[in-house]
Ligand binder design. Structure first.
Ligand code: PLP
Length: 421
């Protein structure tokens, strides 16, 4: 990308962008929710579509001058359906592409389909769920009565029996499936069966795995789920934003909740970039990318295990790995800092049944999507696992850390980031 005007008009922000370019180019990005968008997505986000106000929905707007925006939004809706919903079921599905991000999308679903105080089920944050799945500090946990579920103690996978037992007891109006720090396949069919048994609406939040679902390497919640939310910027590799897909009978409640219930004017430049991303995700090389994410995770998990790391649930089926560092003597926060210092970016994370606090938890969370986008394969992830081990082991040896820093940079710069020279 060229930033000639920013350079002239605002040298301070220009300097920050250039410094961030350098960080992104020279570092190994292992945060599983991050990715690199294509140049086409970047261009669309930077387009003049940002100049328009278009409160409302296609052909039903409050202001004039909407002929192009209406075309764009309808195209984005159609492409989202084509990407996710099997052809024969599309007539039953509706898409709202306006949510500003994943959190407002989830809140809009709760707001649109429930009354304040209604009973809801979602996954606990410290066992892999998202804040908007009922955490007490979040709007979701404050406005609704949440009953949270988690994973089994023995194998750290989703405890479907316990979920069914809770559901039968509390009779929730809505059950949220999906997670933000869970390394295994999620069985949406099981969630749907449980929801059906107790007469609850099933919301599948596929924010993390949308790219894997689109690329057909994770079971899809379509077409049987009631509502599906997803961010568009994680494995799906689009602009920062989200969409809500739902059975048609919920369409007007969802639309009203997003606007005028929760949001104002849609971000047309971002929504157009979502359309670009949906089109990119239907190309053959996207399915290859999705398959490679999973292959890379498996190779990464295998090597980490070989090196003595303790993986939550013993491995990974998707794009994400959780390491329990309890037995290594290095807590998550310290590990994050050591690895950050040598150029490997990841995040500290709680592990199931963590005895430490979320500010200094026992684990770290890492993932393969961003570096897969840069073209890295199994071989590189084996090397990254070894570099991680060296950095953590040599944390008190400045010479060793310098060596690892150099090796990290040498590896990273061989794989270009779209938009960075
Ligand atoms: C990331 C995420 C969200 C929230 O998305 P934001 O865009 O950060 O608001 C919601 N649900 C899940 C499962 C997520 O992983």
């Amino acid at each position: 990308m060229q930033y000639q005007n920013i350079k002239k008009i605002d040298p301070q922000i220009y300097k920050i962008i250039k410094a961030e370019e350098k960080r992104q180019k020279e570092g190994l990005e292992l945060i599983p929710s991050e990715n690199y968008t294509s140049l086409a997505v970047l261009e669309t986000m930077g387009s003049i579509l940002t100049n328009k106000y278009s409160e409302g929905y296609p052909r039903k707007r409050y202001y004039g001058g909407q002929e192009n925006i209406d075309d764009m939004e309808e195209l984005a809706q159609k492409r989202a359906l084509d990407l996710f919903v099997p052809k024969r079921s599309q007539k039953n599905w509706y898409v709202n592409i306006q949510p500003y991000s994943g959190s407002p999308a989830n809140i809009a679903v709760l707001f649109g389909l429930l009354k304040f105080g209604d009973r809801v089920m979602g996954m606990k944050l410290d066992q892999g769920g998202h804040l908007t799945h009922g955490h007490p500090v979040n709007f979701s946990g404050r406005a609704y009565k949440f009953f949270q579920y988690g994973v089994r103690k023995d194998n750290q996978t989703v405890d479907y029996d316990a979920i069914e037992a809770i559901a039968k007891k509390v009779k929730p109006k809505l059950i949220i499936s999906g997670a933000t720090a869970y390394p295994r396949i999620i069985d949406f069919k099981k969630f749907q069966a449980i929801a059906k048994k107790v007469g609850a609406i099933h919301l599948a939040d596929i924010s993390h795995i949308a790219g894997l679902v689109a690329g057909d390497v994770h079971p899809s919640p379509f077409p049987f789920t009631d509502v599906v939310t997803t961010t568009t910027h994680k494995t799906l590799r689009g602009p920062r934003g989200a969409i809500i897909m739902c059975q048609k009978k919920y369409a007007s409640q969802i639309d009203k909740a997003v606007f005028p219930g929760l949001q104002g004017g849609p971000h047309d430049h971002i929504n157009a970039a979502k359309a670009v991303c949906f089109s990119e995700a239907q190309k053959a090389n996207f399915a290859k990318y999705a398959a490679q994410i999973v292959k890379n995770s498996r190779a990464f998990a295998r090597e980490l295990t070989k090196l003595g790391f303790d993986l939550v649930s013993g491995g990974s089926d998707n794009h994400l790995i959780l390491i329990d560092l309890t037995n290594s003597g290095i807590p998550g926060k310290e590990a994050q800092q050591i690895l950050d210092d040598v150029g490997m970016t990841l995040n500290k994370n709680t592990v199931p049944f963590d005895k430490r606090s979320p500010f200094d938890p026992s684990g770290i969370r890492l993932g393969t999507p961003a570096l897969t986008t840069r073209g890295m394969k199994e071989k590189e992830f084996v090397l990254i696992a070894q570099l991680m081990k060296r950095a953590l082991k040599g944390r008190n040896d400045q010479n060793e850390l310098k060596k690892v820093t150099r090796l990290v940079k040498n590896l990273a710069v061989k794989f270009p980031v779209p938009g960075i020279k």
